[in-house]
Design a binder for this molecule. Sequence first.
Ligand SMILES: *Cc1c(COP(=O)(O)O)cnc(C)c1O
Length: 395
Amino acid sequence: MSEHATPFLPFALPDIGEEEIAEVVDALRSGWVTTGPKTRQFEADFAQYLGSSEADPLQAISVNSATAGLHLALEAIGIQPGDEVITTPYTFTASAEVIRYLGAHPVFVDIDPATFNIDPEKIEAAITPRTRAIIPVHFAGLACDMTRILQLARQHGLKVVEDAAHTLPSRHRGALIGTLQSDATVFSFYATKTITTGEGGMVVMRDKALAQRCRTMRLHGINRDAFDRYVSKTPAWYYEVVAPGFKYNLTDIASALGIQQLKKADRFQQRRQQMAERYNAALADLPLILPPKATIAGDSHSWHLYVLQVRPEAGINRDQLIQAMADRGIGCSVHFIPLHLQPYWRDTYALKPEDFPHALQVYQGAFSLPLYTRMSDADVERVIAALRDILRSAA
Ligand SMILES: *Cc1c(COP(=O)(O)O)cnc(C)c1O
């Protein structure tokens, strides 16, 4: 690095403003730092954001990660040891590990290379008498063809839990993800996601009994939370343990962040979309495959991730390209290393790389450019210039 090197542009940064800081300070000064009033407000705000109404009420259940939320949702729908749950190999390991938490088995179905999402046309062939559920993952924030997936699930009596870690906000046929007819939808507020609480997640569902099960299981299997014990008329010391639950509740410190981040979710999405459009226009003539776009009418993209593929004729491979970007001070990443290549999944289910040829092929060329709201237009142009320069030298 030279003395006057431009600062490193990280792959991702959270966008935390003074509003979030003030709300967190308010939580800290209140004396209530675990699950309490801020968490209740965040849940209410989240349900309202998705359009919950008296006619169509949505239950929003906060949790301390999307992984926890996926686990709770699968537990609530009754996944048992030996059951099979269909999901994609082109995802983060959390989507599948939660299936193993319950002693059930993931059955991977390859992606459609045009969307990077699970290929609905291949799901049917993977259904066996043991199949209980499907976990579609809306990769990068582009919605799966949920119309088709929900139709298949209904035909075969399967539950659907959407992994919506990337999708706040995305739409399918005009409807926000989180409001479709699946059994549960799970959002992530991890540090790099579209809105963040540091760590956190939200389970959204309509069924009140399922929601109650999630609420109980997120806090030790106790049927009332600490705040309820604090404010309700029943003696504060009294509670009942009805199941061996988990410790998955979200703190008020995190929820304070979430309350303010949620207010910015639409503005953040618009900015990411603008940056994605600039990348699309500026990179179209290069030996790259641009990211999948929404093609179904009424679908929209959260642009959580901007994932390109290097074409074989580029004269440089993906690993070299990421290194060359790093040498120019720009952080890139890879989403994702397919699960069937990971030692645990590969060895447990005797999976071979060519079992999921589309996931394998996309992965071999895939790299993600930085795309987050803290980036300036100049940062976006810097990324474009670096990539153009690297590919020009490689040609
Ligand atoms: C980040 C992520 C998760 C897990 O989210 P956490 O909130 O970190 O538990 C699950 N699925 C996908 C696809 C993700 O990218």
